[in-house]
Each structure stands twice: as structure tokens, then as C-alpha cells.
Design a protein around this ligand. Structure first.
Ligand SMILES: *Cc1c(COP(=O)(O)O)cnc(C)c1O
Length: 494
């Protein structure tokens, strides 16, 4: 690996399209095989026919800009109707409102910001606003707190993996502006007790946000299919806002999410206007300025194309795959599903062997699974694109678990690594940190290493998790640096 990152030059000359296409295909050679159902999250593939429809509707509005929807009545129609349709699905009251955003994170940032701004108006005595979130909540809330200067309280989960409402209640104080529940949580696919959180929210007059980024376009259909679910949406009094990603179980193009508010008056707190600009009056509803018209248009198109009928057809096999995997896991010795997920997101863990090694084994067969911590587990978000490959996955999973159990040798050496790391971190924290840093730099250097169990094992024993924070930021820096120079660009004069 070169010590200095390669310098990438701006190309001087034109390059034929065919050459660009082939360079792009080369670049994609080692991308995860999502069409073969190998990814669980990141890609939500609704099948070829729907995908083509999305591309067609997207490209028709490819150039239109959602920055100013008064210039494009088409986009205004698509956005407002999409928000209304998704709101209807989640039982929003008549006076409710919302916006389309670029994704779950932007939807969450908007809700947290609106809650803070409303508190500034209604509870001006609050000097240092605080938010209360489950330990399993998506980090977008920590990001929001980081951006908007809020203090976050992470609340422990009950033994069943859902947030402990009694502890939420204890954490409420005069600075609290927001409490959050997930429907479901991303790591374990468990729905927090939204009704009980709603009671607290009403009792203390505090904003309750339900993060239904992953579940908002799935749970309503799971419910309509007849599976038992707790209420998790605007039917619960006290829920003031919900985030719902369309680019997950809505199967819409990337860059589509909705933020919903129980009352139009709440939405105003997220708006921005600047009236003194030399460029004229500037106003925008969400964080982003320019927005892709294609994403807005094709989300509207797909929801209208599918309707409840079409989404049920997508949801049914996914729910059946989820139940199938959950019952198959019961028959794999040493493996279990964490708690009892309501729908199609779950985590697998083991008390008998190193689950990260199982992930490594599955990686070798092309399966891409998130590795999770506290406790160690691997993550499955099942979507339509996975359903034809469930048998294949279960066979590989069973084999991986068998292999890992037999891995006594590697297990020992892995334990030895962890043991050395433990000793070193006590004696020489700096050294192990720089060692870890160079180890993790492989991630940005030569692609993901196929076996990551040792690294995750080491990270698990770092005594000071602040060191881990530094390691991860360093890794991010590496990932955001070009890998190699672009050798097929010839900027030399002949
Ligand atoms: C995906 C997800 C988010 C963040 O959404 P992005 O679209 O990745 O920004 C937030 N919360 C939950 C529960 C999610 O699953």
C-alpha cells in the first residue's frame, strides 16, 4: 500500500463512452451481488419488472428540480400526494402534514430539529435540551444531537430487547424535549412499547417520535396480512412525528423518505427562510436545497402502481421467509435469534461460538451481513430480493455454524489475539490503538478483508471506547480517499 494516497488528475481529454462503460463495469466487479439476494439491507430489490418501471418513471423527471416545486407543479403534486398517501397508511390525523426528504437520516434530523425549535417557543426556560432514546435507536439521533447540540440519554433495553419504559420515565427531567421509540429497531427488529411511551409523552407533554424508517412501509402490510402487531403509529396518542423510509420496504429509489407530523403546526418548526439574500427570497422545507425530481416522481409512481394490493404481494413472501429462517435457526445447534422479532428484521447470535466467524464464513460465500455488538450478533433485513435464496442461505448458514464449531485451532489463535490485545491495551494503549488503526486501514485500502472476526474481537476488548471512536473516524477518512490513481486516464502529451 502506498504511504501517500495517489493523486487523481482531472482528465484533460475526452474519453469514448464505451471506454467509460467498461471502466464502470470493472469498478463494479467486486460489488456485492444483490441480484442474487446476497445483501440484507442496503439494496431492496423488488424484481426486474418493478425495477424497470422505477427507472422509467425516474428518468422521465431526471432533470426536474425539487428545490422549487412552484416551478414544477408535477413535483409539487408528486411530493404532497406521496406524503399524504404514506400518512394515510400510518393513520395520520386529518390535520397532519409532512415532507419528502433524501433519507431516514434527514427525516430524523428534521423531527429532532422541529422538537428543539418547538421547545424553544413553548418551554423557553430550557437552556440545555436533552433527548431520550433507546440503546438500540439508530445513530441518526446521535448525529442529530451532535449537529444540534443536544444531550442524549441512551436507555437500556429490557431482557426482551425493547426499551425499558420505567427507565425512560426516570430519565425525564425539566430539560427533556424528545423521547423516541423504534418500530422496529434496526439492530434486532423489535418494536419498542410505543403505547407506553405515548402515555409518558402525554403525561409530561413531551414530543414522542416513532422511528419507522425501516418498518413504516412494512409493518402496515404485515398487520394487514393478519400477523399480530402492537400499535406503533399515529393511532397512539402522544406520537407527534414519524420517519418512514420509502427507499427501504417502500422499494422506491434511493433518496426517498418521508417525515410526518401529527399536526401541520409542528412541521413549521423544520422550515427555513432567509428573506435578505441578494438572490431574492429563499425558503426550503427540509435540509437539502436542490433535490432530484426523478426520486420524488418515481416514489409517487410506484406507490400508485402497487397500492396496498401490490405491497401485500411483496410483503407476504418476505414475512414467510422471516418465519422460515426463525424456525430453521432453532434447529441449528448453538445459534439463536435475539428475542422474538415481530416482522422481517432480526439478529442471530450464539452462546457457543464466535458469531463473527460465522459472518466471515458467510462472507466467503458472498453473503454480506452486518456485524453487530453489545451483544455480538449478525444482522438480517429480509426483503423481496432475498426470498428466492432463502434455502441457499440456510444451507450456507448451517454449514458455516458447523465449520466454526470445528474451528478449534483458529478459535484458539483468535482467543490468543484477543488475549494479547487485552494485555497490551492494559500496558500500552497507544500502541494497540495504532496497531488497530493500521489494521482497520485495510478496509479503505484493499477492500474489505474476508475475515474480520479477529478485528471485531480486538475491538470488543478495547478498554477505552474513545480509542475505538478515533479508529473508526480514521477508517472513514481512508474510505473517503481514492484507492489508486486512475491509470487509464492519459494526461500526458503524446
Ligand atoms: C435506515 C434507518 C435509519 C436511517 O435511514 P437512512 O436512509 O440510512 O438515512 C434510521 N432509522 C432506522 C430504524 C433505520 O432502519
Amino acid at each position: 500500500m502506498p504511504a501517500e494516497p495517489a493523486k487523481i488528475e482531472f482528465p484533460l481529454k475526452k474519453t469514448p463512452k464505451s471506454s467509460i462503460f467498461s471502466r464502470m463495469e470493472n469498478a463494479a466487479a467486486e460489488d456485492a451481488a444483490w441480484k442474487k439476494g446476497r445483501t440484507f439491507s442496503l439494496v431492496y430489490y423488488p424484481g426486474e419488472e418493478i425495477l424497470q418501471f422505477l427507472k422509467e418513471t425516474y428518468t422521465r423527471f431526471f432533470c426536474e428540480n425539487g428545490l422549487n416545486i412552484s416551478v414544477f407543479p408535477s413535483l409539487r403534486k408528486f411530493e404532497t400526494e406521496t406524503v399524504a398517501m404514506v400518512g394515510d397508511l400510518l393513520n395520520i390525523p386529518q390535520q397532519g402534514a409532512g415532507s419528502m426528504t433524501a433519507g431516514g437520516t434527514e427525516s430524523i434530523l428534521m423531527a429532532v430539529f422541529a422538537a428543539r425549535e418547538r421547545a424553544r417557543t413553548h418551554k423557553p426556560e430550557i437552556q440545555k435540551p436533552e433527548i431520550i432514546v433507546p440503546a438500540s435507536v439508530h445513530p441518526a439521533f446521535d448525529k442529530a444531537a451532535h449537529y444540534f447540540d443536544l444531550t442524549t440519554h441512551h436507555i437500556s433495553l429490557r431482557p426482551d430487547g425493547r426499551v425499558d419504559v420505567a427507565l425512560v420515565k426516570q430519565a425525564i427531567n425539566s430539560n427533556t424535549i424528545l423521547i423516541v421509540g423504534s418500530a422496529p429497531s434496526y439492530p434486532h427488529g423489535l418494536i419498542d412499547p410505543i403505547s407506553e411511551l405515548g402515555e409518558l409523552a402525554v403525561e409530561y407533554d413531551i414530543w414522542l417520535h416513532v422511528d419507522a424508517c425501516v418498518g413504516g412501509m412494512m409493518l402496515p402490510f404485515v398487520e394487514k396480512l393478519g400477523y399480530p402487531l402492537p400499535v406503533f403509529d399515529f393511532r397512539v396518542p402522544g406520537v407527534r412525528s414519524m420517519s418512514v423510509d420509502l427507499h427501504k420496504y417502500g422499494y422506491c429509489p434511493k433518496g426517498t423518505s418521508v417525515i410526518l407530523y401529527r399536526d401541520k403546526s409542528y412541521r413549521k418548526y423544520q422550515f427555513f427562510a432567509y428573506t435578505e439574500w441578494t438572490g431574492g427570497l429563499y425558503a426550503s422545507a427540509t435540509i437539502t436545497g436542490t433535490r432530484p425530481g426523478g426520486a420524488i416522481a418515481s416514489a409517487w409512481a410506484l406507490i400508485n402502481h402497487l397500492g396496498v394490493e401490490g405491497y401485500l404481494e411483496l410483503a407476504k413472501p418476505v414475512m414467510e421467509a422471516s418465519l422460515k429462517i426463525q424456525s430453521a435457526v432453532k434447529n441449528i445447534p448453538g445459534l439463536h435469534v435475539l428475542s422474538n422479532p415481530e416482522a422481517t428484521v432480526m439478529a442471530l447470535a450464539s452462546d457457543k461460538f464466535d458469531i463473527y466467524q460465522v459472518a466471515d464464513e458467510l462472507n466467503l460465500k458472498g453473503w454480506v451481513l452486518d456485524r453487530q455488538q453489545l451483544p455480538p450478533s449478525i444482522h438480517l433485513t429480509l426483503s423481496f430480493g432475498n426470498t428466492p435464496f432463502v434455502e441457499e442461505f440456510l444451507a450456507d448458514l448451517t454449514q458455516a455454524c458447523q465449520r466454526v464449531q470445528k474451528f478449534s485451532l483458529q478459535k484458539i489463535s483468535n482467543r490468543a489475539v484477543v488475549g494479547i490485545a487485552k494485555t497490551l491495551t492494559r500496558l500500552l494503549p497507544q500502541k494497540i490503538v495504532s496497531k488497530l488503526t493500521s489494521f482497520s486501514s485495510n478496509l479503505g485500502g484493499e477492500g474489505m478483508p474476508k475475515r474480520q472476526a479477529a478485528m471485531y474481537g480486538m475491538m470488543g476488548v478495547l478498554p477505552n471506547r474513545g480509542d475505538l471512536h478515533t479508529v473508526v473516524l480514521d477508517m472513514l477518512d481512508k474510505l473517503n480517499t481514492p484507492l489508486t490513481s486512475n491509470p487509464d486516464v492519459n494526461n500526458q502529451e503524446p
